[in-house]
Design a protein around this ligand. Structure first.
Ligand SMILES: [Zn+2]
Ligand SMILES: [Zn+2]
Length: 115
């Protein structure tokens, strides 16, 4: 999402940890300007996609990245920001986007089952 810094300049911050975008914290955009940073994505991807944690959400809850309510796939909840939820589909999509981005050396977390 967008925010203002102390001097009123527009900055981009991750919707899941509220940290600002910088070179060490690339972000992937969801719908309507929602953002997930590489740090949150690494944690969420490992928990939801690799460890298969997470649960479907209630109808009133929505994934901030696709804005769909009550999806039945597993969801990640940010430990830092209340109601900051991401569905598995969006996490996989975001990880794919960032993984392919040559400007950053972000890699999908390694799958422990592949050892
Ligand atoms: Zn973040
Ligand atoms: Zn989603």
């Amino acid at each position: 999402m967008q925010n203002k810094d102390d001097e009123g300049r527009l900055i981009f911050v991750c919707d899941y940890c509220h940290q600002p975008w910088d070179d060490h914290r690339p972000m992937v955009e969801g719908h309507r300007g929602s953002l997930i940073c590489s740090h949150c994505l690494s944690i969420a991807y490992a928990e939801i996609v690799q460890l298969k944690l997470g649960a479907p959400v209630e109808q009133e809850d929505k994934c901030l990245l696709c804005l769909e309510h009550g999806r039945s796939d597993p969801h990640w909840r940010s430990p830092l920001v209340e109601d900051a939820i991401a569905c598995k589909r969006c996490l996989k999509q975001a990880a794919g986007v960032l993984h392919k981005d040559k400007d950053y050396d972000w890699q999908k977390p390694r799958d422990p089952s592949e050892d």
